[in-house]
Design a protein around this ligand. Structure first.
Ligand code: MN
Length: 221
């Protein structure tokens, strides 16, 4: 293994058993027919799986829509390129002459694709558990920031903050119907803002309002 690659392994805190996998992950299609596009394909799926699993476990109250939004913010090219820069991945890329000249080693898309390829290479080299550890280690700061921002406030609070940030009028909640015996009532509540409305049911007025607010947020976001 040449020296620069050894340094990258140190930054990753991972040593490849099959260094040719790492070479392949670092090779852009402009440099060789044996390049990182197939590893990128694999790594993209692994990253989505690992992040989805993490969010599923750490945000038990988040809806499917919220989980999807959180994941999208973590796996997007910008975030991956930021991680790649932290590892100085650009220094180790193998690019063709054209990409070299045009500064391809700095480009977000090339950096983020290479990160994904790296995850694919680690998976093939040492399996899912090790790949998961590596991804979560690299993402540690991103995930910590997420936890701070997303103590996942309840939907009514988030709706109110969303509207206030846009200087729009606050939502109005109306009880439309109350069904059932006093000990087993069901409430139907509407939540109304300027140009949208959502109706939801719940076993208490509070639960129905939260659900209506959640649906309304999904509509307007
Ligand atoms: Mn990609």
């Amino acid at each position: 293994m040449n020296l620069p690659i050894a340094r990258l392994c140190a930054a990753l805190d991972y040593t490849f058993r099959q260094p040719e996998l790492l070479e392949e992950a670092l090779t852009h299609r402009s440099a060789s027919a044996r390049n990182n596009e197939r590893l990128e394909f694999l790594g993209d799926a692994l990253l989505n799986l690992v992040i989805a699993e993490y969010l599923f476990q750490h945000y038990p109250k988040a809806s499917e829509g919220e989980l999807s939004r959180l994941r999208a913010s973590l796996v997007k090219g910008e975030t991956l390129a930021e991680l790649a820069r932290g590892l100085k991945l650009g220094d180790w890329l193998r690019l063709g002459p054209g990409e070299l000249k045009s500064g391809g080693f700095r480009r977000d898309s090339i950096l983020s694709d290479t990160m994904e390829a790296l995850f694919g290479a680690v998976y093939l080299d040492d399996g899912l558990a090790v790949c998961r550890d590596l991804i979560l280690r690299l993402y540690r700061d991103c995930l910590a920031r997420l936890a701070g921002a997303g103590e996942l406030k309840d939907p009514k609070t988030r709706l109110q903050e969303y509207l206030q940030a846009r200087q729009q009028a606050l939502p109005v909640y109306n009880v439309l119907e109350i069904h059932g015996e006093p000990h087993a009532q069901s409430f139907t509540v509407e939540c109304v803002v300027a140009e949208a409305r959502a109706v939801a049911m719940g076993s208490s007025r509070r639960k129905a309002e939260q659900e209506a607010a959640r649906q309304l947020l999904e509509q307007i976001q």
